[in-house]
Design a protein around this ligand. Structure first.
Ligand SMILES: [Zn+2]
Ligand SMILES: [Zn+2]
Length: 360
């Protein structure tokens, strides 16, 4: 349970990795007390994102140990700062990747805080007061209310948690490419995992013809029958790829394993756009010919701003969109991380924080 210690920091129970073995163990740490702009949140669920694996293992060389991962957080508000408007005790809320930004640059002033140069993340970041941020693998969170969204009553708290990262990551580039204002476009989703499966749902909800592009023929039945994809291309089948050349208006590439963009670009019509949201560790192979001969565009996208995140959650509430999840108790976090690393999950693990086991 939380309690206030003499230095006015909250003592909080959670789960952390302490070195690059990435093994998660119980960890008690301090959070700031609820400030005037903050809300305190009793965490109910936290999704496990692929980024968590990179951080616990220090794959990117930036991890500050001990690291408490988790940026797909849902919970209930337990305390509200005196300057906070629009949130009340008991509200169902969510927190994603962002913990702070400068609040005063062109991006912060245009609801694109996610591109602020001083952005700080929900974990492994440095908050304004100089403290290291700890994420959602923990019983509670103190968050600045400007980085918190309301969750509609119609959405379940468990299957909604991954929308705070996986959901907004795929929604934002679709909005950026105006897909919400058009129907009947031909859109492709590369990779059918945590990001890809929810991208299909958004694509269908916007009214488009959705094609999944995957290396695994075994995923076709599920993509078509359960997730509602209209077409399926096996990317390793050269003949099939050839027959679908110049058929798509927009492609979202969610794959973080190394792969060449050339064959994917060939699927785009002239002037088509390919957006990368998967982040391979090594530079991607980007041949110039498919770009030049098709006047095609390749761009990236990283999560979304807070206004857009709220709009995404509201859209999900209206269209009954959630992630397909497997719930794990806190004593199974290590197992879940290993299975996620092996792509052995449909499609997102979510930790049942409030129902945590006492065995770990
Ligand atoms: Zn994430
Ligand atoms: Zn800024």
């Amino acid at each position: 349970m939380t309690q206030t210690t003499p230095n006015h920091k909250l003592s909080v129970s959670g789960w952390a990795a302490h070195d690059s073995s990435g093994v998660i163990t119980p960890y008690t740490f301090k959070r700031r007390v609820n400030g005037p702009e903050d809300v305190s949140i009793k965490i109910l669920y936290c999704g496990i994102c692929h980024t968590d694996i990179h951080h616990v293992k220090n794959d990117w060389g930036i991890t500050k140990y001990p690291v408490v991962p988790g940026h797909e957080i849902t919970g209930l508000i337990t305390e509200v700062g005196k300057n906070v408007k629009g949130f009340a005790i008991g509200d169902r809320v969510g927190v994603g990747c962002l913990a702070a930004s400068c609040l005063d640059c062109e991006f912060c002033n245009s609801d694109q805080e996610n591109y602020c140069d001083e952005i700080q993340f929900t974990y492994n970041g440095i908050f304004w007061d100089g403290s290291i941020t700890y994420g959602g693998y923990s019983e509670m969170l103190v968050a600045d209310h400007r980085y918190v969204v309301q969750i509609p009553e119609s959405l379940p708290m468990d299957a909604t948690a991954p929308l705070l990262c996986a959901g907004i990551t795929v929604y934002s580039p679709m909005i950026d490419c105006n897909l919400h204002n058009m129907t009947g476009m031909r859109i492709g989703i590369v990779g059918l995992g945590g990001l890809g499966h929810v991208a299909i749902k958004f694509g269908k909800a916007f009214g488009h013809y959705v094609t999944v592009i995957s290396t695994s023929p075994s995923k076709e039945k599920e993509a078509r029958e359960r997730l509602g994809s209209d077409d399926f291309i096996v990317s390793t089948d050269i003949e099939q790829m050839k027959s679908k050349k110049r058929t798509l208006d927009f492609i979202l590439d969610t794959v973080s394993a190394p792969h060449s963009l050339g064959p994917i670009l060939d699927l785009l019509k002239v002037n088509g756009t390919l957006v990368l949201v998967g982040a391979p560790d090594k530079p991607v192979e980007l041949p110039s010919f498919p770009l030049i001969f098709g006047k095609r565009v390749v761009k990236g996208s990283m999560t979304g701003g807070m206004k857009e995140t709220q709009e995404m959650i509201n859209f999900c509430g209206k269209h009954n969109i959630t992630c397909d999840i497997e719930i794990v108790k806190s004593d199974k976090i290590n197992e879940a991380l290993t299975r996620l690393a092996n792509n052995d999950v449909k499609y997102r693990f979510v930790i049942d924080i409030a129902g945590k086991s006492s065995s770990l």
